[in-house]
Write a protein that binds this ligand. Sequence first.
Ligand code: NAP
Length: 321
Amino acid sequence: MAARVIDGKAVAERVRARVAEDLERFVERTGRRPGLATILVGDDPASAVYVASKRRQCVAVGIADHHRHLDASATQEEVAAVIDECNANPEVSGILLQLPLPKGLNASALTARIKPDKDVDGLTPVSVGRLWQRAAGLRPCTPLGVIALLDAYEVPLSGAEVVVVGRSELVGRPLAGLLLARDATVTLCHSRTRQLPAVCARADVLIAAVGVPRLIGPAHVKPGATVIDVGINRIDGKLVGDVDFEEVAKRAGLITPVPGGVGPMTIAMLLANTLAAAQLQEEAESVAAGSAGEGVQERALSNALTDAKRMSEAVATGESG
Ligand code: NAP
């Protein structure tokens, strides 16, 4: 096997250690413990497992758990009321509405209700706008995790040809925004893309976020390329990615496994985002409490967001200081 295998578990562990350290410093300085409200509606077994894992990892790094569980029969108004409560609660730094929601609930309207500065999933329209306008803000966890892995393995992005297969709101699109912000030349592919193998074979960095098992084979990969597999598919009870790992590893330079690649990074970045959210709220509050004029307040909020982003990036790359 030619490719070096990226160890997502090890990088995620470094991220968690860094968040735990920075979090204690934040608590010492402010006397406030960052908290995450996970909101689970109904009893979808996969969602219940994800939420339990998020809560466990939060508590392990020192984030307070403000979990809310609503019955599957909860109405749009009832879920909205819980989001409003969390928006107003100063103990809650981050809000995560677990998707998918039971049928009958309007997920985009409920997501949009989350205060952007508490939007640790980075999915509200304001967060999406901030990303594409290159304004500081909270970014979606899985795309952030992909960038953190690339940084951890020192994969150059500036000027690199990066092909992302998949254009979802959750992964492909925000990833393209983050990669553009890092000066990559980005191609976003989808189900209508013609000659997918030839387009992918241009890539220095190829990222698959599709949900089709082993769609990406050696014909899609330039020799020596970095291949990141976001896909999680279940075949006969076994997890496989969107990349044919065995075959592609013979051709790629660097490759993520499934499981153990991107997967562990998603929750690690949620922890980093929760701390970043607490930090930016604290800064915004201290500005609001002062007598600064409106323009000054806006500037300070923007600084706080930039600092939070920088901290998030430092956490992601395992830098200290
Ligand atoms: P999604 O919303 O279903 O989007 C899939 C994308 O793939 C769409 O843009 C679709 O194109 C494109 N596509 C489908 N078939 C294709 C084909 N044959 N050729 C080229 N493009 C094709 O999925 P998602 O939420 O982005 O998730 C993608 C995968 O990542 C899933 O396996 C999911 O489980 C996994 N995932 C993993 C994590 C993690 O933590 N590791 C987090 C989130 C998601 P159209 O837009 O044209 O339909």
